[in-house]
Design a protein around this ligand. Structure first.
Ligand code: MG
Length: 206
């Protein structure tokens, strides 16, 4: 049986007037948006943490410290894509994902299908493998807050080591050296190589 890994992510953001509301990468018409250093997408942040956690790769603050102005107003799908690169590097792919959103307003049920489609598109998996559920914060006294909980299941990509090893054996070592140097010297525009040094600044303003 192929190796399986489970991941869990949580996030919360306060509602704030005057900013767009984005949940699961979907722009939603509402009187308020979510405050945050990035676009405040509470669901994509919890998904990012679930993916990173599943392969023990740290958390969103490790990769995207809120102290870094590059992530100001950032589209949070960038964070998810980086986490997807991490799980692929570790040799895993997503089986399915489930989530619970906890918020008073707006009503999620009428748009849950659209959020699901958008999340599936970002994760590059079929929508049938994405669960979007919503609750109101009954008795929690947190009406001005949006919360997201996410679990994700990963499976090992079968036979990944074999093709990798075959390619490595065929490569001329000097040629490989050139390739590696080019990668190292390349300007840091590649999201997968940003913030690799753990900052452990987990004050989650992202
Ligand atoms: Mg966040």
């Amino acid at each position: 049986m192929a190796g399986l890994r489970i991941g869990y992510g949580f996030d919360s953001h306060s509602f704030k007037p005057g900013v767009p509301l984005v949940i699961g990468g979907l722009r939603i018409e509402h009187t308020e948006g979510l405050a945050g250093h990035s676009d405040g997408d509470v669901l994509l942040h919890a998904i990012t943490d679930a993916l990173l956690g599943a392969v023990s790769a740290g958390d969103i603050g490790t990769f995207f410290p809120p102290s870094d102005d590059r992530w100001k107003g950032a589209d949070s799908s960038l964070f998810v894509r980086t986490a997807m690169e991490e799980i692929a590097t570790a040799g895993y792919r997503i089986v399915n994902l489930d989530s619970v959103l906890v918020l008073q307003r707006p009503k999620i049920v009428p748009i849950a299908g659209d959020i699901r489609e958008r999340v599936a598109e970002i994760l590059e998996i079929p929508a049938r493998n994405v669960g979007i559920k919503a609750k109101t914060p009954e008795g929690l006294n947190q009406d001005g807050v949006a919360v997201a909980h996410v679990t994700v299941l990963l499976e090992e990509i079968a036979g990944l080591d074999e093709p990798k090893r075959m390619v490595a054996e065929e490569e001329d070592p000097e040629e490989m050296e050139v390739v590696v140097r080019t990668l190292i010297d390349e300007p840091p525009h590649n999201m997968s190589r940003l913030g690799r040094k753990p900052a452990f600044d987990t004050d989650d303003l992202t």
